[in-house]
Design a protein around this ligand. Structure first.
Ligand SMILES: Nc1ncnc2c1ncn2[C@@H]1O[C@H](COP(=O)(O)OP(=O)(O)OP(=O)(O)O)[C@@H](O)[C@H]1O
Length: 288
């Protein structure tokens, strides 16, 4: 296919913080994996020789069509791929440590503390039988070592930080009583209460109205600019990528076709598929 060359997708100027390009939080090296059929047999490849390094302190977008493996890529970092998913080659290093030998207990030590996750369907990610307060306060107590009263105060602060209206009342509510947008922010508050180094965001704003989407993303970007956080954002919205992400990784059929700084990848894509994504988002008015 012919290379499409430069595009006119409006890309934010370089962000005011500049993560160190050599400081990598997660590195995939020739990583491959796929699903084994129900009765054994061969593995259907899903991720194929993935080579990519995520910079510490950066917000990195992972884009690509439905089924390209974005979610499996993220879940591989925390050992949450389905039981039938198998690594068939390569490695993943988190903070320089090879996750290859990690069992469930070792991954449990990583989740929350080092890597926290926010998924698309927040209401189902929250525990339906416990109030928001119980879930958030427990996490704060566990991760920040606070007593009950101090943890509750901190929980309210976290909800306020996430611009959740009436935080005190929310603490007494159950997940089914929350709107999608509030559930999303509660999930984000729980993730951040763990003070993780890396946040995995799998289409975190899908299903939210545009204003709420923009607010939630703005909060995430603010925290990343604050210095300590890195994040990986799986999204279909190229406008969001252009306007908020430092780096972008383009996945297609389980392979990385392009990765790098958002400003250079989107304005001068080297792979025709990236150019197609950019062009499609322009046609749909995705640049907002
Ligand atoms: N439990 C499973 N068993 C078998 N195949 C699966 C399973 N879960 C996902 N897959 C397949 O793995 C591939 C990658 O899925 P993945 O969810 O990572 O894609 P994605 O890029 O995140 O897609 P989307 O944008 O739709 O969320 C898809 O072809 C999907 O059908």
């Amino acid at each position: 296919m012919e290379q499409t060359g430069s595009t006119t997708l409006e890309v934010v100027p370089e962000l005011d913080h500049e993560p160190d390009p050599t400081d990598v939080i997660v590195a995939f090296e020739n990583y491959s994996g796929g699903f084994r059929g129900r009765h054994g047999g061969r593995v259907t490849p899903i991720l194929k020789g993935v080579d990519v390094a995520f910079r510490r302190g950066a917000l990195t977008a992972v884009v690509g069509e439905t089924g390209s493996g974005k979610t499996m890529l993220a879940l591989s970092i925390v050992g949450l791929t389905p039981a039938t998913f198998e690594r068939t080659g390569g490695s993943i290093h988190l903070n320089g440590t090879d996750l290859g030998g990690y069992d469930e207990a070792a991954f449990r030590g990583v989740r929350g503390r080092t890597v926290a996750m926010v998924f698309q369907d927040s209401r189902s990610a929250l525990n339906p039988v416990f109030t928001v307060g119980r879930q958030l306060v427990d996490v704060v107590r566990l991760h920040q070592g606070l007593g009950k009263a101090a943890a509750r105060t901190r929980a309210v602060e976290l909800l306020e930080q996430m611009r959740v209206p009436e935080p005190e009342r929310r603490l007494r509510q159950y997940p089914h009583e929350l709107s999608g947008g509030t559930a999303q922010r509660v999930q984000l508050a729980i993730a951040l209460a763990c003070e993780p180094e890396l946040l995995l965001l799998d289409e975190p704003t899908t299903g939210l109205d545009l204003t709420v989407q923009a607010e939630v993303l703005e909060l995430i970007v603010e925290m990343i600019k604050g210095g300590r956080l890195s994040a990986l954002l799986i999204t279909h919205d190229m406008g969001v990528v252009a306007q908020t992400c430092d780096d972008v990784v383009v996945l297609r059929h389980g392979e990385i076709c392009e990765s790098g700084r958002t400003s250079s990848v989107l304005t001068n894509p080297t792979h025709p598929y990236t150019a197609e994504l950019v062009a499609a988002s322009q046609t749909l008015g995705g640049t907002r």
